[in-house]
Design a protein around this ligand. Structure first.
Ligand code: SF4
Length: 688
């Protein structure tokens, strides 16, 4: 608008770079982003941000932004009008559905998009097409944490707020490089540790920054966390340090659970994990002595064959020690994307409607059928992992994917690319021509967060407003508008004129969000779910009861699943994770000149031992080969890793993408790829 062109305006927004959910004012003049201006009333961060939140916004005005729909003709894309693109989508969706049935179509929502957009995507799949084939990329990271929490405590979210973690007497992080992946949250832990006597235990394969600051650092063998966690829990019970009052009043299944722990002795744990039993005893004593314990975990736990079970073991430990239902205590699965919590919360899941209400439940379906005026499919749909296989099997013909570079971030991407090539009709909606979009038949130009209204939900279940600061670039449109147009072409009469109306509908239907409304989310105001009809929200979960029929939590016995290790041929183990400077595959952060100058490309961290054995030094170019693919990459020698453990930042959207190496193995309960279980061999290409 003309007003926006001439005047400096200040607009409240939420950072798009991680699940901490920092919010701040953005100052703009026309399309120029002048500065990021944090405010004291921001609930998750106050006046702090990290490098990405402060400087990572160049992508909004990048030359590479998509500004027009594209349609493939042969090997080339041609610019098209919205009308042409939407007409083609309507024709192909209709043709495939009438020939092969609704189950031949699938939908991928985005953890970068808003809650309202996730809600509309699942509504499009379910109500307009008639399939539950809908998923989002939480399947790539925290689904196992959600599964572990659902089994034990009934809600798949952080037990309290970020400020409660600050109050904990003891913080334990497992498989989380917190300083780089959740920077502002880590700052809070660091200051509590330094100034207020908070104790810190870190368990990780890598000796990262938080490990260096911790009181106790353990580095269990990859994929063995369940074992030391169970051994610590058993030791606590054996010594009589369990919280018996809490267990009696609030927890089911203690006796069976004790039996299941029998084999997890300290000696067994030491043998398998490589962690000396004295360290485990020390951790057990620290939990005993702590008034409150919070356990934070991330993808080092979840991205394994047994990711859900290890997450369950964490929750079991917290239950046994009475560490739920009090500020400062509880489970904190740290969410990666800005809205990875919300994408699942708002129903972009093959088996869950918004608010985690199961699709197989007749009453749930009846409620939505009445509201939407159509019959809904009963059978749970395919998750994104199953979709790839169904495409290879010829059963799935079409995919509509938004805001997700699945061809880089899924595991075993050579296999995924093969699937994309087999799709009869592939629609990709994004702000850039991503590696995934290159396989599309139609590419739709979307608008990023600064160009639209909506809400995001951060790691602490906090729903926060974003406000439009600048106009959509070129012909790009907010995702919710595009989905509305697609639905209406297919015969719907969706009349949403603002995301607030979409939220109103979702809040009417999903009990978890009953009291959510844009009136209650003005400016920096926010709500943490569950939100009661009167607007009362829930900063700390489980104060009174757990959301099961009898109000009690459940101890859930789990068994260890042996991880994939290196062998004689593939003799190194690859770990991967985030870098502070980049977001995910880097599509957005590589657009920032400042950030890219600092960290231009991916590298592989090798240990001093391995460097000596193979004569590697900084800059040595190597080829890493797994059974599934290979990458060329330069070495960085560091004592953050040890022996045959090597580490690649996941932030590369090109030839060094770690997912050329990863396999299609996945967590047995949720199908989350076992990204952390990769074996490779190394060949030296060029010495430095
Ligand atoms: Fe953004 Fe996360 Fe950094 Fe906060 S900590 S500014 S949400 S990337």
């Amino acid at each position: 608008s003309a007003m926006r062109d001439n005047r400096i305006s200040k607009t409240k927004t939420v950072c798009t770079y991680c699940g901490v959910g920092c919010s701040f004012d953005v100052w703009t003049k026309g399309r120029d982003i002048l500065k990021i201006d944090p405010q004291t009333e921001a609930p998750a961060n106050g006046i702090s941000t990290c490098i990405k939140g402060k400087f990572g916004w160049d992508y909004v005005n990048s030359e590479e932004r998509l500004t027009k729909p594209l349609i493939r003709r042969g090997d080339e894309f041609h610019e098209a009008t919205w009308d042409e693109a939407l007409t083609l989508i309507k024709e192909k969706f209709t043709e495939i559905k009438s020939r092969d049935g609704a189950e031949a179509l699938s939908f991928i929502s985005s953890s970068k998009c808003t809650n309202e957009e996730s809600y509309l995507m699942q509504k499009l799949g379910r109500a307009i097409i008639g399939t539950n084939n809908i998923d989002n990329c939480s399947r790539y990271c925290q689904s196992p944490a959600t599964a572990g929490l659902f089994r034990t405590v009934g809600y798949g979210g952080d037990a309290g707020s970020i400020k409660d973690i600050e109050m904990a007497s003891l913080v334990i992080t497992i498989g989380s490089n917190t300083s780089e992946s959740h920077p502002v949250l880590s700052t809070r832990v660091k200051s509590s540790h330094k100034l207020h006597g908070q104790k810190l235990v870190v368990a990780d394969l890598r000796k990262h920054e938080m490990a260096n600051r911790s009181d106790v650092f353990i580095s269990p063998e990859s994929g063995t966390d369940l074992i030391w966690l169970s051994a610590v829990t058993k030791h606590i019970i054996d010594r009589g340090w369990a919280d018996e009052t809490f267990i009696t009043n609030r927890v089911n299944g203690f006796d069976e659970y004790i039996e299941s722990l029998e084999k997890y002795t300290l000696a067994y744990a030491e043998e398998v994990t490589g962690v000396h039993k004295d360290r485990l005893i020390e951790i057990a004593e620290m939990i005993r002595d702590a008034e409150t314990t919070s356990i934070l975990w991330a993808m080092g736990v979840t991205q394994h064959l047994g990711g859900s079970d290890t997450s369950t073991a964490i929750s079991n430990l917290l239950l046994v020690t009475g560490n739920y239902g009090r500020p400062g205590a509880g489970a904190y699965p740290l969410r990666g994307h800005n809205n990875v919590q919300g994408a699942s919360d708002f129903g972009s899941m093959p088996d869950k409607m918004p608010g985690y209400e199961p699709v197989h439940d007749e009453q749930v379906r009846a409620k939505y059928e009445a509201a939407w005026g159509v019959p809904l499919p009963e059978k749970p749909g395919l998750n994104n992992h199953e979709m790839v296989e169904a495409i290879h099997d010829g059963k799935l013909k079409s995919m509509y994917l938004k805001g997700e570079d699945m061809g880089i971030v899924d595991s075993n991407i050579n296999h995924v690319h093969g699937a994309f090539e087999k799709l009869e009709f592939f629609v990709v909606q994004d702000i850039f021509l991503t590696q995934t979009a290159k396989f599309a038949d139609v590419v739709l130009p979307a608008s990023p967060s600064l160009e639209k209204d909506g809400t995001f939900t951060n790691t602490e279940r906090r729903i926060q407003r974003i406000y439009q600061a600048i106009d959509p670039l070129g012909d790009s449109k907010p995702d919710w508008e595009i989905i509305r147009e697609v639905a209406n072409r297919l015969g719907a009469d969706w009349s949403y004129t603002h995301p607030g109306e979409i939220m109103e509908e979702a809040a009417d239907l999903a009990t978890l969000f009953a009291g959510v409304s844009y009136d209650r989310l003005k400016g920096y105001e926010s709500l943490q779910w569950p939100v009661m009809p009167d607007g009362k929200d829930t900063p700390v979960l489980f104060m009174e009861e757990f959301p099961f029929e009898d109000g009690k939590a459940r101890l859930y016995p789990v068994e260890w699943t042996e991880p994939v290790r290196y062998d004689d041929e593939y003799d190194l183990h690859v770990n991967n994770g985030r870098l502070l400077e980049h977001f995910h595959e880097g599509n957005m952060t590589y657009q920032s000149v400042g950030i890219t100058r600092k960290t231009p490309k991916a590298f592989v961290e090798v240990s001093p031992e391995l460097a000596k054995e193979r004569s590697l030094s900084d800059g040595t170019l190597v080829r890493l080969k797994s059974p599934y693919g290979s990458v060329k990459i330069e070495c960085l020698v560091t004592d953050r890793v040890r022996n045959k453990e090597i580490y690649i930042p996941l932030n590369d959207n090109n030839e060094a993408a770690v997912n050329f190496l990863t396999s299609s193995y996945s967590d047995k309960d949720t199908d989350t790829p076992a990204y952390k279980e990769v074996k490779v061999k190394m060949e030296i290409l060029k010495e430095k």
